[in-house]
Design a protein around this ligand. Structure first.
Ligand code: UTP
Ligand code: MG
Length: 579
């Protein structure tokens, strides 16, 4: 996904900078626990060396027993630390993920409509789910072993140097080599895993398009094409994932080889000194123990680097969304008091507009003024810019030229051309318009929108489930519910974008009459295909190719406006002089 508003040009805060103030403290505490646990681990071989070289070799049972007791005690304390850091690690990573998830969701909700229209929903979904899970896994792993690995390695190197500075010189060669390999892996792997997440987006897109378009796909018998598209997307994901993981798996064996060569060298050097007469088996065993601890630590590090690299790629994708522009409080304008809202006018002054990414202006130098309480019709051929004009009037899009004066967003209700109902009951859907509406208000709105009759006709009435798992409503029924939902807001300005196109003419006429009789007498802007729908309007606005051609009553226009007359002629049964 590209969040296309150029926000990447600004240096935006990383995920770490954003959440450190919240989770920094518990995180640090857990890392301290891990450090203590690592300290317990690295003490063991040194005690063992003393037990063997002083206790066993000199045959002193008392030394053997106290050292054994020490080893037991240290192991016990280590286990306690391990237990508590595990608890904290799970707790912190889960609550951090939950926090990021809700912040991300809030940001997505707050995206201005014009920007949000450009966001890729599938990519947002992947970010909200999979990407956050990657970060969570990493956090969890980090607090369990990621920090333990370097601590263990450093501790082991330190103790080994104290035990035998000569042998420890070997480590000066091996450790930098291993660190070099790890650094290289992190750098390369980042790009690879970013690619993996992008392919995941792609797979989600294909799958969602199939789900939403399943009927069209079946109707056009394109099922097998879809299967191929899905197989291709799945194949791509598998391929990039394999490439990334193959790259990561080579690290482990390389590190193991290096450290094992080191152990061989230690044993060989130990043998040399034994031949020279200085044979201390405990010493040698402890040193090999440290080497294996270092090996173990580095192997753990390589394992979790896999998850670090993935998490880094995911974190940057999450940050992109969190840092994208949003409105702080999108709903602050909302107030439920003073219903119905007072009728409000609308004025366009030399407005020009083009869609982001579009090739030309779809609204060109349009000026008009609608008085409060007027009933305005808008007609124009398909693609003439009617819906674009509606989007501007609602403030969802912004003109690049001219100015618009309109009431606050909370005073406007719009019934969009494409109906969008939510899964739930008919009642819950209508309540989106006005959460505190009572039954009488619901009935009133449904009545005015011509929806009451069919709602009462359902066995479950207002509790009928729609959307997923519910009844399938006809196009006209959906449009009427969508209208009722808008009416519940009792707006000062009501905009209907072709909202009765799927309703028969008789019902439509009844709805129009009801709209004119609404309490508070709101300003109504009604976009329509049929001249019959706007013939009774106070004035009609004629759009053509984004230009305002004329604005007048039906009678005036049918005399003076050529385009209006063309539209009338094209609609059978309607002649200019019939009205
Ligand atoms: P409109 O969607 O405003 O036309 O598109 P309309 O008058 O409402 O058409 P109907 O009657 O509903 O069919 C006007 C122009 O804006 C472009 C379209 O391609 C069209 O040329 N457009 C519309 C976009 O570029 N992006 C959009 O999101 C919507
Ligand atoms: Mg339209």
């Amino acid at each position: 996904m590209k969040l296309k508003d150029g926000h990447t040009e600004v240096k935006a805060p990383s995920l770490t900078r954003r959440y450190w103030p919240v989770f920094g403290w518990p995180f640090t505490l857990t890392v301290v626990l891990v450090a203590l646990e690592a300290a317990c681990d690295v003490l063991q071989p040194t005690i063992l060396a003393r037990l063997l070289d002083e206790g066993v070799r000199q045959g002193r049972l008392d030394l053997v027993l106290t050292d054994a007791a020490w080893m037991l005690l240290v192991a016990g304390i280590g286990a306690l630390f391990a237990l508590s850091r595990n608890y904290f690690a799970s707790h912190i990573s889960l609550s951090c993920a939950a926090r990021i998830r809700s912040d991300l969701f809030r940001k997505i909700v707050s995206r201005p409509v014009d920007k949000a229209a450009l966001d890729d929903p599938d990519s947002l979904l992947t970010r909200l789910t999979n990407d956050i899970t990657q970060v969570q896994n990493f956090l969890n792993g980090a607090m369990r072993i990621f920090f333990k690995a370097p601590l263990l390695a450093v501790g082991a190197i330190l103790m080994a140097s104290l035990l035998d500075p000569g042998l420890a010189a070997l480590l000066l060669v091996i450790v930098p080599l291993v660190l070099g390999i790890l650094a290289f892996t992190i750098g390369r792997g980042f790009g690879l895993f970013r690619h993996v997440q992008e392919q995941m987006d792609r797979l989600n897109t294909v799958f969602r398009e199939f789900l939403t378009g399943v009927r069209v796909i079946k109707a056009l018998e394109r099922g097998s094409d879809e299967e191929q598209r899905f197989a291709k997307a799945a194949g791509n994901l598998a391929e990039v994932n394999t490439r990334a993981l193959w790259f990561m798996t080579r690290v482990g064996p390389m590190v193991a080889l290096l450290v094992n060569l080191g152990i061989v060298a230690v044993l060989w050097l130990g043998l040399q000194s034994a031949e020279a007469g200085d044979f201390r088996p405990g010493h040698l065993i402890a040193f090999v123990n440290y080497m294996t601890q270092i090996l173990f630590a580095l192997m753990m590090a390589t394992n979790i680097i896999n998850s670090l690299v993935r998490a880094r790629a995911s974190a940057s994708r999450i940050s992109e969304v969190l840092n994208a522009p949003g409105q702080e409080n999108p709903d602050t304008e909302r107030e439920e008091t003073d219903l119905p809202h007072q009728a409000a006018g609308l004025e366009f002054h030399r407005v020009s507009f083009r869609w982001p990414g579009g090739t030309g202006d779809v609204i060109r130098d349009v000026s008009f003024r609608i008085e409060a309480g007027e009933f305005i019709g808008i007609v124009g051929s398909t693609g003439s810019g009617k819906s674009s004009l509606v989007q501007l009037a609602c403030g969802f899009q912004h003109p690049h030229g001219g100015s618009i004066s309109r009431p606050a967003r909370s005073h406007i209700a719009v019934v969009p051309q494409r109906v969008n109902l939510f899964s739930g009951t008919i009642r819950s859907n209508l309540l989106w318009g006005h959460p505190n509406a009572d039954q009488a208000q619901l009935e009133q709105a449904a009545e005015a929108a011509g929806a009451k009759e069919f709602i009462d006709g359902f066995p479950d009435g207002w509790e009928t489930r729609v959307g997923r798992g519910g009844v399938t409503l006809s196009g006209g029924q959906k449009q009427r519910l969508s209208l009722a939902r808008a009416l519940l807001r009792q707006p000062g300005l009501l905009i209907l974008d072709d909202s009765t196109s799927a309703v028969d003419s008789l019902t439509e006429a009844a709805i129009r009459t009801a709209l004119r009789a609404l309490p508070g007498k709101p300003t109504i802007v009604l976009v329509a295909q049929r001249i019959a729908s706007v013939a009774q309007a106070d004035r009609v606005l004629v759009l053509d190719e984004g230009r305002l051609i004329d604005l007048g009553t039906h009678r005036e226009l049918s005399v003076r406006c050529e385009i209006y007359r063309d539209i009338i002629r094209s609609q059978t049964g309607w002649e200019a002089d019939h009205v």
